[in-house]
Design a binder for this molecule. Structure first.
Ligand code: ARG
Length: 471
């Protein structure tokens, strides 16, 4: 939707100033108007608002609450308003407070009394609750699709590196060899759960608040189910007070969004480390990096750093919404107007981050030699040696102890375990024979972990096939 600045209020006569000013003896101050208005940000809900209004109006006509002629006028007016918004010609007016009143006022200007009848049996409270759900539903659909794109990019890279050895770390110390493909598949799994969480949130959220009116329902003979069907909801909110007041769905979305960002932030952290010359495992394409204005040699991983940084603001929005709700008595309170900016910003941040990561991943250049060299420095196959001894009958704890002593010797000599002569290795256990060298190699270690969920290249390839099917 085209965004345009909110026009200054054209100082209308107090009695025409707002939809509710009849009750008041003086207009609100300019400061209060600005403080309480939401049109500067909630006009993003315009298309949802119009869709909701049209469904409501059609139901009113079906139920003979308004005439079919009124409905035709409303439909005509709304079509004109949509076109004005589309062209960026709609005049958003701060004095009309929010997206709902701006559109309703314009409708009335265009079609007269029919426009004034639209709000029959409805309140802005159930209207806004409906709009956010419609908007968020689409945002979730977009985000889920983008997570899929990101997963596809990870899978393509994983496929190319199904057998590329990488040091697996615990405590950021070399632990055991893994394949890069296996490592990347961990992020594919996280993203799959992220998608599930969002789908779950969408499912619970997808109920229609309209009909709750201000809080207690309405005295008009409305038909909520038909409105729900027209708007693609799976049902209606079954308690009017709950319908207008809770924003738990927004909090659920924010929590799911925070988890998406947390996962991307962990990946970012690894990309940043891996790109550091100390690791040198990868290169990021220049277009995702920037230089330094003073140090000519620098190539900084700005995109992953920003993703890591933006994770904080998405967490912040989750906290903001939880806090927003915790003290609110039933039913609607104006506090709820504060739900929108955090929601919009979280959705925007996710959409941008996912789009950029789906592009960035294919631009990663892998340096397998550096990964292998790092593996060579960490005695990464020590566990394989212990397992070897266990398979020859030694209890695991004794095997662990024997290998630990061998590692100390290798450390002292500044060599890898596999570089110790057989005679020397055999001093740590008489069970060690010439066949030991096959288990001490990285390839042997990787191939040995050949079970569901293991890092063996064969398993990685099978996992990729499964993951692709789930997309
Ligand atoms: N702009 C308001 C919001 O975002 C719409 C609902 C206003 N309702 C009211 N009773 N003042 O929550």
């Amino acid at each position: 939707m085209t965004e345009q600045p909110v026009g200054a209020a054209p100082a209308p006569h107090p009695s025409e100033q707002s939809a509710w000013s009849g009750r008041f003896s003086e207009p609100v101050s300019e400061l209060v108007q600005r403080y309480t208005a939401s049109v500067s940000f909630d006009r993003r809900l315009a298309s949802a608002d119009i869709r909701g209004s049209l469904a409501h109006a059609r139901m009113l006509a079906r139920q003979a609450i308004i005439s079919h002629d009124d409905l035709a006028q409303i439909e005509r007016g709304m079509a004109a308003i949509s076109a004005e918004i589309e062209r960026g010609e709609f005049r958003w007016n701060l004095a009309d407070e929010d997206v709902h009143l701006n559109i309703e006022k314009r409708l009335t200007a265009l079609v007269g009394d029919a426009g004034k009848r639209l709000h029959t049996g409805r309140s802005r409270n159930d209207q806004v609750a409906t709009d956010i759900r419609l908007w968020l539903r689409e945002a979730i659909e977009r985000i889920v699709e983008l997570i899929r794109d990101y997963q596809r990019a990870l899978l393509d890279l994983a496929e190319r590196h199904a057998a590329t050895p990488l040091p697996g770390f615990t405590h950021l110390q070399v632990a055991q060899p893994v394949t890069l493909g296996h490592h990347l598949l961990a992020y594919v799994e996280m993203a799959a759960r992220d998608r599930e969480r969002l789908a779950d949130c969408r499912r619970r959220m997808n109920r229609l608040p309209l009909g709750a009116a201000a809080l207690a329902g309405t005295s008009f003979p409305i038909d909520r189910e038909s409105v729900a069907r027209e708007l693609g909801f799976d049902g209606v909110c079954e308690n009017s007070l709950d319908a207008v007041s809770d924003r738990d769905f927004a909090i659920e979305f924010s929590a799911a969004a925070a988890l998406v960002m947390m996962h991307i932030s962990r990946f970012s952290e690894e990309l940043i480390l891996w790109m550091s010359p100390r690791f040198g495992f990868i290169e990021l394409a220049d277009r995702y990096c920037t230089g330094s204005s003073i140090m000519p040699q620098k190539k900084n991983p700005d995109v992953p750093e920003l993703a890591r940084g933006k994770t904080g603001r998405v967490y912040g929005h989750l906290m903001a919404l939880l806090t927003l709700m915790k003290g609110q008595p039933l039913a609607y309170n104006k506090d709820n107007q504060e739900d929108k900016e955090p929601l919009f910003d979280s959705a925007d941040t996710l959409i941008d981050t996912l789009r950029i990561f789906a592009e960035l991943v294919p631009g990663i250049t892998v340096r397998p030699a550096a990964m292998l060299a790092a593996l060579g420095q960490g005695h990464a196959t020590a566990t394989d040696l212990a397992d070897y001894l266990v398979k020859k009958g030694l209890p695991f704890r004794d095997a662990h102890e024997a290998v630990a002593r061998a590692v100390r010797t290798a450390e002292a000599k500044g060599c890898a375990l596999a570089e110790l002569p057989l005679a020397e290795l055999a001093t740590y256990s008489p069970l060690i024979g010439a066949d030991v060298f096959s288990v001490l190699t990285v390839e042997g270690s990787l191939a040995a972990r050949n079970h569901l969920g293991g890092t063996a290249p064969e398993q990685v390839r099978a996992a990729i096939v499964r993951a692709r099917k789930q997309l």
